[in-house]
Design a protein around this ligand. Structure first.
Ligand SMILES: NC(=O)CC[C@H](N)C(=O)O
Length: 350
């Protein structure tokens, strides 16, 4: 009996050692951006985004293999100013396969910073897993003096490999900060500290490659999201119109003529509209084009029924979503319903 117990103990010990030795399997999906950018010199500020491939990026930071089993694949090689619905659908579907069918433990996406917040929010609503998905980029090209890409990539892998990252939705990791896809925004055109959450602060931060979390996102995301793009090959068409003094209503007219499915307004103040845009918004809504009020102001919510009577016109208020993220949620909402009340509920919940 004693013999059986000791054999069993050794066996269990071996299993434990083996489990501990297994590093989390992290897949890096590369899309381009400055993190893969190349310049003629180390000090020049003009460069071409997205030049380096995924294997060069992985080779440049061998330390990412210390705590994770790393593999990579190239999805596209673009500056993120050219990001589009097709790449979003490819990314969402591929991530769902990798996490739910191929047994990966986490995903890192290298991405240009210009539209990173939009891709992050789209994935936050369409990834069907609570495993970590982390977007990372850089503000200085790979060839620059003090390039920020290598440390950002190392940090992003640490976040994707950390057990405590689970259930926090899609995250953005740059400059030692971990930010929520829903609330993060690019705040500076050139500085390495560009990504901020001006309303709620960070989800966490990194120090010496260790992740420390201090917040959990409250709004619905990933496994709690009703949006499913598995069978979609395109998304509803939604455009954004900008409000300003003496604003032209021509962009509004163009979207209506082109029969867009929805229009988001980057309003002034609490989502207010220039009068010509307001008149067309009422018409658009009556024609079945859903109108969402957001704001060009970087902080605070666009609230329901402030100066505009949303209930009367069946407009939707974007709450804390900026215009570019309100566009993402409206596109996904329109895949489910055309009912403005239901769409407003989505904007309250997500
Ligand atoms: N810092 C950057 O990544 C900007 C490069 C490029 N415009 C992009 O968004 O991909």
């Amino acid at each position: 009996m004693k013999k059986i117990t000791s054999v069993l103990t050794v066996f269990l010990l071996l299993i434990t050692i083996n489990v501990q030795a297994q590093k989390p399997r992290i897949r890096i999906l590369a899309t381009g951006g400055t993190i893969a950018g190349v310049s003629k010199s180390a000090t020049e500020s003009n460069y071409t985004a997205g030049e380096l491939g995924i294997y060069q990026l992985i080779q440049a930071v061998p330390q990412i293999k210390d705590n994770a089993d790393i593999s990579g694949e190239q999805i596209v090689k673009i500056g993120s100013q050219d990001m589009n619905d097709k790449v979003w659908l490819t990314l969402a579907k591929r991530i769902n396969e990798l996490l739910n069918k191929e047994g990966y433990d986490g995903i890192v996406i290298t991405h240009g910073t210009d539209t990173m917040e939009e891709t992050a929010y789209f994935l936050n609503l369409t990834v069907k897993s609570d495993k970590p998905v982390v977007l990372v980029g850089a503000m200085r090209p790979a060839t620059a003096m003090s390039a920020d890409g290598p440390l950002n990539l190392y940090n992003a892998v640490q976040v994707a490999a950390d057990r405590n990252s689970k259930g926090r939705g899609v995250m953005v990791c740059l400059n030692d900060a971990v930010l929520s896809a829903k609330d993060v925004t690019k705040t500076n055109t050139t500085g390495v500290q560009t990504f901020q959450d001006p309303n709620y602060g960070t989800l966490g931060y990194l120090h010496n490659g260790k992740v420390f979390f201090n917040n959990m996102p409250e709004k619905k995301h990933t496994i709690h999201s009703v949006f499913d793009v598995t069978r979609l090959s395109q998304l509803p068409k939604v455009g954004i119109v900008y409000n300003y003094s003496n604003a032209s209503a021509l962009p509004m007219q163009a979207f209506m003529q082109a029969k867009f499915d929805g229009i988001v307004s980057a309003g002034v103040g609490n989502g207010n509209l220039y009068k010509d845009i307001f008149d067309l918004a009422v018409k658009a809504q009556n024609q079945g084009i859903q109108f969402v009020r957001s704001s060009r102001v970087p902080t605070g919510a666009t609230t329901l029924d402030a100066e505009v009577d949303d209930a009367k016109y069946h407009f939707v208020a974007s709450q804390f979503l900026n215009p570019q993220k309100a566009r993402v949620l409206l596109m996904l909402a329109l895949t489910q319903t055309k009912d403005w009340k239901k769409i407003q509920e989505f904007f309250n919940e997500y």
